[in-house]
Ligand binder design. Sequence first.
Ligand SMILES: [Cu+2]
Length: 408
Amino acid sequence: MCKARFLLIAAFGTVLLTTGYFGAPAQQKPREPRDRPPTRGGAGPAEAIPNRDTSIPTGQGQEIVIGFPTNDVTRTAWKVKWTTANGSGLIIQGAWFKKHPNEPWVQILGDARLSEMLVPYHSGSPRFWDVSYNFSLMHLTRDDAGAYGRLIGNPPVVCQEIRDRGLAWMDGTKGSRRGQTLVLWAALNAANYRYVVEYGFQDDGTIAFRVGSTGRNYSSREFEGHMHNALWRIDINLDGPAHNSAYIMEHIETPEGNGTAKTVHRPFNQGREGFEDWDAYKFTMVNIRHEKRKNIRGMPLSYDVMALRMGNARHYGPQEECTLHDFWVTKNRPGEMYYQKLPKYIERGESVIDTDIVLWLSTPGHHEPRSEDGAMQKNNSFVGATPVMWCGFDLKPRNWWDRSPLYP
Ligand SMILES: [Cu+2]
């Protein structure tokens, strides 16, 4: 990010405040569109759930309903409401999953978004809070979307793709099955950087949250190490907002156990608003559970938060206390949207058992510049692009199913 970022903020700040929250601004000229038509997958037999894209513009956002697999009889389906916004980029407003065509939609997500992106440089300065600058979204091209991507918006700012996600399972009797995922992504135009905000809705009910950092290294600091600390706010609404709880699962193995180990299940922060840390030796998982609904085996419907981390980011600049812990859970209260204020939000210490809760978590990446990021030319100009560094987490169903998903 260069000094122009602050000039841009100063110039457009008022405009951004008055143009409102939703929609993509038109302050960037679109790149030249290509003529190549998008390629689509084959259509399957007619079903109650469409197995093709049925995006419906809904004014302030859009809704997508998609059935899986996309090339055969529908077995599972997602309904996703989303919108775009300066700052957070692509926001999920709600997501519902069907684990069988004859079953009702069951809500999984409420509002889910990138709440902040803290980028502190190793020398101590600068320390960017990149969501708060209200950057707009990149205008996407056919080249950005690839052979199977569908561009949405005018100008296009969101890309929708159906991706093969590799093997879903393989066993010795029924062979194997490949999985699919519906991916929605957009890219924040953060001065010299691009943040690709991506949500993947898998055919087995898993949701993959990702942020990819790419672009051009910060002018005059092209070779200085820094962090990209993506900070998420996820309103998980398992079967709606009520009756949700947060728990922790930890794998414990000590020398005294002489080779034995155990898994500890316990309420998150003793059942109160607060924080927990990710411990590499405990494989710490947050588990969000519905307190009333159970599957056919009597197990509570729940989702696990699967960390995909390189490490735990701790930052000690001013007002960076929110980075001193990895997971936070609060009761869902209107207006509490900003990650930096978490230490304030948890002060009441309300119960996070059997209520409407919000999960907040960090997915940090350490960027130590490489020659692959680019090269300084003789005229002191830096040429090159930092390859995308992905950070994120998965929300994976636990006891949501009665049996192996998508098994014959
Ligand atoms: Cu970087």
